[in-house]
Design a protein around this ligand. Structure first.
Ligand SMILES: *[C@@H]1O[C@H](CO)[C@@H](O)[C@H](O)[C@H]1NC(C)=O
Ligand SMILES: *[C@@H]1O[C@H](CO)[C@@H](O)[C@H](O)[C@H]1NC(C)=O
Ligand SMILES: *[C@@H]1O[C@H](CO)[C@@H](O)[C@H](O)[C@H]1NC(C)=O
Ligand SMILES: *[C@@H]1O[C@H](CO)[C@@H](O)[C@H](O)[C@H]1NC(C)=O
Ligand SMILES: *[C@@H]1O[C@H](CO)[C@@H](O)[C@H](O)[C@H]1NC(C)=O
Length: 292
């Protein structure tokens, strides 16, 4: 039958497969002679070595143009973000006054964050600068003026929120402190015409009657000009970011309050930015539970 003719026996198929792997007559392996395989391997070897060489050369040339002390390209120069401390997983501060453990985590986070701001620590590592003016430390031409000095930000400047007089930062009294910091941007000069930038906080509209009175430390929520410009981790090793503490004096308990803090500086954009609507601002949820 025609059907049987086309159908090779399994023995025949095995034999032709074996011959494909290694054909002793033509001395071919997988259908190619040794020299053919050799040429193919040689081609790929040369090809990949050339590719690797090109990559290494490009990398080398690029690294030559990089400066250890400042970024070659830096995005978002005019619009740094804000961040809060304490910050656990989420941007929220939620605790119950009666449940010590629920707020102790915040107190511990603040203790840890503020340890390098201890006056003794600041006096050891940083300088007392002239306030209300930028602390510019120019390189003179090619000669680098590194490392650069940094200004003291004493923990005591946070007064009621320093954790020194009230070591619970107000959490126990239902008057918690939240620290605001402006993310570091190398070379940024926030503020304008001798006016220091300042931080202000408020509630989202529907919560405005629940947020109560706020108090800022240092006074007016100022980020003094002397802490700018920042020259980068490598050039300015001891830099302490300036902070603003906000103390919530009379929040309505057992209610969610959506708080938004923003930086106010003529030259730091905070509104209507299409690329980054969090530029220059931070929002978080505040809720203090208290048994009636
Ligand atoms: C900072 O000061 C606090 C309170 O005086 C103290 O408990 C803490 O050990 C100090 N931390 C450092 C790193 O000096
Ligand atoms: C920081 O504190 C130290 C010691 O308490 C003090 O000598 C220094 O003047 C303070 N610096 C600033 C900038 O207030
Ligand atoms: C940084 O702090 C160390 C002490 O921890 C000090 O010896 C050094 O001079 C400081 N560097 C600058 C640039 O201020
Ligand atoms: C805070 O702001 C008010 C009004 O803008 C001003 O009169 C006062 O001098 C400022 N206080 C400080 C310490 O900058
Ligand atoms: C605290 O806020 C409540 C309203 O939420 C208000 O009735 C009360 O007078 C405020 N207390 C102080 C001391 O401002």
């Amino acid at each position: 039958m025609a059907k049987d003719k086309n159908k090779k026996s399994s023995g025949e198929m095995m034999a032709s497969f074996k011959e494909f792997i290694w054909n002793p007559r033509t001395r071919e392996f997988l259908g190619r002679t040794a020299s053919s395989w050799g040429l193919i391997l040689l081609f790929y070897l040369v090809f990949y070595v050339a590719l690797a060489g090109l990559f290494a050369l490009t990398m080398y040339v690029m690294l030559q143009t990089l400066d250890d002390y400042k970024p070659t390209y830096q995005d978002r120069l005019a619009i740094p973000g804000l961040m809060i401390r304490p910050k656990l997983e989420a941007l929220e501060i939620v605790y119950s006054i009666e449940d010590t453990e629920s707020w102790d985590v915040y107190v511990q986070a603040l203790d840890e964050f503020l340890a390098p701001y201890n006056n003794s620590q600041q006096v050891m590592t940083n300088y007392e600068c002239l306030p209300d003016r930028y602390f510019v430390q120019e390189d003179s031409g090619e000669v680098r003026n590194n490392p650069k000095r940094s200004c003291q930000f004493n923990r005591t400047m946070l007064e009621d929120c320093s954790g020194l007089d009230d070591r619970y930062y107000g959490y126990l009294d239902g008057k918690p402190c939240v620290l605001i910091k402006l993310n570091r941007v190398i070379g940024m000069l926030p503020g304008k015409d001798g006016q220091s930038p300042f931080v202000s906080c408020g509630a989202k509209r529907e919560d405005s009657d629940k947020i109560g009175e706020l108090m800022y430390f240092p006074p007016n929520g100022t980020l003094n000009l002397m802490y700018y410009p920042y020259y980068g981790k490598k050039a300015q090793v001891n830099y302490s970011q300036p902070l603003v503490a906000v103390k919530f004096l009379n929040v309505t308990v057992n209610e969610d309050i959506n708080v938004e803090c923003k930086i106010n500086a003529d030259n730091v954009e905070t509104t209507g930015n299409e690329r980054d609507k969090f530029a220059g601002r931070v929002s978080f949820r505040l809720r203090i539970n208290k048994r009636e």
